[in-house]
Design a protein around this ligand. Structure first.
Ligand code: PRP
Length: 211
């Protein structure tokens, strides 16, 4: 029974393969200079599809991929009913609110806090959980420009080294969530392909624990 695994293209795919190789899965072709989007591990009957990180949850949710490796941030933003079966413990960073230090908190005045972010759903949920309403401004990158140019009061974004914030005069004001790569699994696949999926998931969980 074939299993399809969706991987986010790029450096994170290599890190996912390091873990999968510890489980006996191999796909040397994947890292040859190629524009191919589908790869096979014939021995284990596994098909890999290489997709944009934000599309990993979509492929898994539709069952086109039985499982996928993707950042917790992307899973949170997608908000889809997938099973999160393992924390792969790489790609560690955090989602945080950042702004100018000592800037007046707009939520205390009449105006609504403006939040620039690549993660509008995460932002809306986070502030709703605090009982605050916000104006959410969706950006696709260089989010730090929001407060710098007066487009927004704060940002909700990924912070890894913190360098981008420092170099743009911003600082973290609130931590929102810890982020790392996760193994996300399609719920129906887990039942229908249980005989192959469950042992594989267990191997992946063990490989992470031992590393
Ligand atoms: C991400 C994120 C921050 C930066 C954080 O951006 O949106 O801007 O990395 O990393 P740091 O804390 O190590 O500085 P990315 O590099 O993906 O580019 P983008 O702004 O175009 O989304």
């Amino acid at each position: 029974m074939q299993i399809t695994i969706a991987l986010a293209k790029g450096r994170l795919a290599e890190k996912a393969m390091v873990i999968l190789e510890k489980c006996g899965i191999e796909c040397a072709d994947m890292f040859k200079d190629s524009r191919k989007l589908i790869f096979f591990d014939e021995k284990n009957d596994i098909r890999f599809i290489m997709v944009k990180p934000t599309d990993v949850p979509t492929y898994v949710d539709h069952g086109v991929a039985d499982m996928g490796v993707v950042g917790k941030d992307t899973l949170m933003e997608a908000g889809l009913p997938l099973y999160e079966m393992a924390d792969l413990k790489y790609g560690k960073c955090k989602l945080a609110i950042a702004g100018y230090p000592n800037k007046q908190d707009n939520s205390l005045t009449t105006s609504i806090l403006r939040v620039a972010t690549k993660y509008p759903e995460v932002a809306k949920k986070y502030y709703a959980s605090k009982g605050e309403s916000i104006e959410c401004i969706k950006l696709n990158g260089s989010v730090e420009l929001g407060p710098l140019l007066g487009l927004s009061d704060v940002i909700l974004d990924i912070v890894e080294s913190g360098r981008t914030l420092v170099e743009n005069g911003l600082e973290v004001t609130e931590d929102v969530a810890e982020v790392s790569a996760r193994l996300a699994v399609n719920r129906a696949s887990l039942k229908i392909k249980a005989s192959v999926m469950k042992p594989l998931i267990e191997k992946i969980q063990k490989a992470v624990e031992e590393s």
